[in-house]
Design a protein around this ligand. Structure first.
Ligand code: SAM
Length: 233
C-alpha cells in the first residue's frame, strides 16, 4: 500500500503551523539547504520560463509561491499528501491560482496521472525523503518530459550526526499525531552513491550530487543537492 506514513493519521499536522500563524508572506528567497538561509537557489532548476514545474511534498507551498511570483513558469503544481499541509498551503497561497495549483495527494498517485507532463520536478526535503525511492523515482522519471529535470535536496546524514545509509534502508524517525501522541514515520537518509545508483536504475541520466555545507547551530546538517534528467529521445 502506498502511504506517506504507516498509519492514516496525519503526522505532518504540526509542521510549519507556528510559522503559518505569524508569516503569510511569499518568501523573498528559495534555498535548498537545510538551514534555508544560504547556498544555491532556484537557478539550479534551469530556465523556468513557460515551464510546467512540480513541487513534490510541498508543505505550505512557500517554495512554489516564490517561483510563481518571482519567475515566469506556466504553472507550478504543489502536491502534498498531508491534509493539514494542503489546507495550510491553500489558505496561505490559494490566491496565486491558477499559476500556482495546490494538490492534496500522495505524489505517487499524482505522478501516475501526469506521464510526460512536467518540465521540472523538485523536492525540498519533501516527498523524496519520505517515500520508498524504488517506487517514487521511476514514477518521477515517467512524469517528466524527455529531457526534463529533477532536483531535490535531502539530508547528507542524520540530524544526530550518524552517517547516511550505505544501502536503500529507511529509519523510523519520531513524529507526533495531531493529538500529540508519539509516532514514527519512515525517512530515507542515503549516501550519495546510493542515490546515484537508484536514479540510474530508475532511468535517469546526467546525474550530479553537490554537498552543501551545514550552517552553525545545534541541528545543523549538510545537504545533498541532487540533479538528474530524463534522457532526451
Ligand atoms: C519536511 S516537510 C517539507 C515541506 C516543504 N518542502 C518545505 O520545505 O517546507 C515534508 C513534506 O513532504 C510531504 N510528503 C512526504 N511524503 C509524501 C508523499 N508520498 N506524497 C506527498 N507528500 C509527501 C509531507 O506531507 C510533508 O508536508
Amino acid at each position: 500500500m502506498r502511504r506517506v506514513t504507516t498509519t492514516t493519521t496525519d503526522l505532518w499536522h504540526h509542521y510549519g503551523r507556528t510559522r503559518a500563524a505569524a508569516d503569510r508572506t511569499v518568501p523573498e528567497d528559495f534555498r535548498w539547504s537545510w538551514s534555508q538561509d544560504s547556498g544555491p537557489g532556484p537557478e539550479v532548476l534551469g530556465d523556468l520560463n513557460g515551464r510546467i514545474v512540480g513541487d513534490l511534498g510541498a508543505g505550505a507551498a512557500r517554495h512554489a509561491a516564490h517561483l510563481v511570483t518571482r519567475h515566469q513558469p506556466f504553472r507550478v503544481i504543489a502536491t502534498d499528501a498531508s491534509p493539514a499541509q494542503y489546507a495550510m498551503a491553500t489558505d496561505l497561497f490559494g490566491h496565486l491560482a491558477p499559476r500556482l495549483h495546490i494538490v492534496g495527494s500522495d505524489v505517487l498517485d499524482h505522478l501516475q496521472t501526469m506521464a510526460r507532463s512536467y518540465d521540472v520536478l523538485y523536492s525540498v526535503f519533501g516527498a523524496l525523503d519520505f517515500t520508498n525511492p524504488r517506487e517514487l523515482l521511476p514514477a518521477v522519471c515517467t512524469a517528466l518530459q524527455p529531457g526534463g529535470r529533477l532536483v531535490f535536496s535531502t539530508l547528507a546524514h542524520y540530524l544526530n550526526g550518524a552517517p547516511a545509509q550505505p544501502d536503500v534502508t529507511h529509519a523510523n524517525i519520531p513524529a507526533k499525531t495531531p493529538e500529540g501522541e508519539t509516532a514514527t514515520l519512515p525517512r530515507w537518509v542515503l549516501q550519495e552513491h546510493v542515490w546515484t545508483k537508484l536514479l540510474d536504475e530508475a532511468g535517469f541520466t546526467d546525474i550530479s550530487v553537490d554537498v552543501l555545507p551545514a550552517a552553525e547551530g545545534p541541528r545543523a546538517a549538510r545537504t545533498l543537492l541532487v540533479t538528474a534528467h530524463r534522457p532526451k529521445e
